[in-house]
Design a protein around this ligand. Sequence first.
Ligand SMILES: [Zn+2]
Length: 211
Amino acid sequence: MADSSSPLPQEPAAAIQPWPIDLSLSDPQHPFHRLHMEMALEEARQAFAEDEVPVGAVIVSAQHGVIARAHNQRETLRDPTAHAEMIAITQAAHFLKSWRLERCVLYVTLEPCPMCAGAVVQARLPFVVYGTADPKAGACHTLYQIASDTRLNHRAQVIAGTLAESCAAILSEFFRQKRALGKKNDAGLPGIIGLTRRPKSCESRFASEES
Ligand SMILES: [Zn+2]
C-alpha cells in the first residue's frame, strides 16, 4: 500500500507529514483513524471477555499495514507491564525485526500511561492515536506529556479522541459490572472468586470513574 522509497521521518517535527497516504492526520475522526481504532476496540472487547481491563491497541506500518494487535493481559500473564501498547510494540518490533517502529502509528483505546508513553519514545514511534483520556494515568496529555517532551530524544505526534465515546463506554461498563459483582459478593451471594481481591487502587489507572 505504501511506497517504500518514501523518506523516513528524521525529526519529530517532520513526522507529521511523512505518512505516504494523504491524511488529515490531526483530525481524530479521519476514516483511517476510525478504522484502526475500531480494530483496537475489538481487542478491548476481547480483553473484556477475558476479564481484563478492556484496553486494546493496534500498530499500523506505512509499508505493511496492520502489524500488531493486542489487548491488556495484565491479569492473564500476571505481568504489570502487559498493557496492550507494550504487547503491541513488542509484536511490531518482532515483525519488523527492528526496535525502531518508524513510519508506524500506534492506535490505543485509552491514553497511554507513563510506561507506555515511555515505550513510544523508546520505539521512535512517530504517531500515537488514542481514544479516551485517562485522568488517573494519562501520560501523553493529561498528567504528563512524555511523548512531546522536548528534553527527550524523540517526540511523537499524539492525536486524541478517535471513537472516544466507545473507548470510554467499554471501560465504564467493565467497572460497572465489577462494582455490581462486588456488591453481590458483599451481600454473601455467589460471585467470581478474585474479583474483589484486588484493592480498588489497582484498577484506578484505567478508570476515570473510579475516583
Ligand atoms: Zn500503559
